[in-house]
Design a protein around this ligand. Structure first.
Ligand SMILES: [Zn+2]
Ligand SMILES: [Zn+2]
Length: 360
């Protein structure tokens, strides 16, 4: 199903309690109250909170204060990410330490404005909306759950089938195909002309698919499954698996950011500096202009979001490392470690091109 322009601009509502939302917090669109609640409770041991009513309390704006156990469970089930709290509390600790050290010398400077605390962002409502929709559109088919299911299925196969290259390649193919359904649901994509769509798919799919694979491998702990691990070593070689692990370690922790970056990469004009086929370039000025327009919307939104999360310097650092990361990824994927893999991706790109350029 394709989102219409109308459903793309839903009102901003807290996913946990239904109150008026104030932006993406820990990767989910929430109100200030649920944001503060999650920060306070998410890192506590789980037995700290207990439900008095059988673990199925309804959480609304009025009832959210009644049962912390159910509220916290709901936060986790909607994908609020506790890793992002650690990021903040580490800074907090550091700051505290500095205050103690300075105690005997002179009065410490007032603490810097904490941008995570500060809800006055420069993002417009439309931009918050866009941000929330990008993550929902990505999650719509639960790619992480599905990938986990495939890994478990592979592990349950008899040894002979399990160790066939095909069984690992099927999973990798799924990583790449999620990108197609993601793009299909983004209205901006359908605003582009057919030749622009074709050029984007042809130029960016390899990098995008690899980028998405890294996210899914990390989120499913795929290398913990020995069938998958050995399958990858057979397909791509040991060195490439090591390299994959390095890329995963360096991958941005904030899944919302990874999803935005996937989309920005998808709308970039060319992510295949090596195997560029110029016959697939955009042919008309109008295509180029409408692509610039989308790029502009996405990048301004990313920049404001980074500013909101990390402050100006943090945002600059994050942006810089994103570009660096994608460039390294492009260089790495150009080395073409396996013919089976590139044949699989080529077929997928052909199919994607056909289905995304035929009709609206
Ligand atoms: Zn709420
Ligand atoms: Zn409860």
């Amino acid at each position: 199903m394709v989102l219409t322009k109308r459903s793309w601009h839903l009102p901003l509502i807290c996913q946990i309690c239904g109150d008026k939302a104030r932006g993406m917090n820990f990767e989910v669109m929430t109100c200030m109250s649920c944001k503060a609640f999650f920060r306070r409770h998410a890192l506590q041991p789980i037995y700290f909170l207990q439900c008095q009513h059988g673990n199925n309390c309804e959480i609304t704006q009025l009832t959210r204060g009644n049962c912390s156990a159910c509220r916290l469970r709901k936060c986790f089930s909607f994908g609020m990410n506790p890793k992002l709290i650690r990021y903040k509390s580490k800074n907090h600790h550091h700051h505290h330490h500095r205050l103690l050290k300075n105690k005997n010398q002179r009065l410490p400077k007032p603490p810097p404005l904490n941008l995570l605390e500060n809800d006055s962002s420069t993002l417009t409502n439309i931009e918050w909306n866009l941000l929330s929709n990008i993550t929902h559109v990505y999650d719509r088919e639960n790619p992480i759950e599905h990938a986990k299911y495939m890994l478990e299925h592979q592990a349950s196969l008899p040894p002979k089938l399990r160790s066939k290259a095909k069984s690992t390649l099927d999973i990798v193919e799924y990583y790449y195909s999620t990108i197609q359904s993601f793009l299909e649901r983004v209205p901006y994509f359908h605003d582009l002309s057919i030749d622009a769509r074709r050029a984007l798919i042809q130029h960016n799919s390899f990098t995008l698919g690899t980028y998405n694979s890294l996210l899914l491998i990390r989120e499913t702990n795929a290398f913990d499954y020995s069938s998958y691990k050995f399958g990858c070593q057979n397909l791509y070689g040991y060195e490439n698996c090591l390299m994959t692990k390095k890329f995963i370690t360096a991958l941005e922790q904030n899944r919302t950011l990874v999803k935005i970056m996937l989309l920005i990469t998808a709308f970039s004009e060319n992510c295949s500096i090596v195997s560029l086929d110029y016959s697939q370039s955009m042919t008309t000025m109008a295509s180029t202009i409408s692509l610039f327009h989308t790029q502009n919307i996405l990048v301004s939104m990313l920049w404001k979001y980074l500013n909101y999360q990390y402050g100006f310097l943090g945002a600059a650092k994050c942006f810089h490392s994103f570009i660096q990361y994608v460039l390294n990824l492009i260089r790495w994927t150009a080395r073409n470690p396996s013919t089976q893999h590139s044949d699989m991706v080529d077929t997928l790109i052909e199919n994607t091109t056909r289905s995304l350029t035929m009709h609206d």
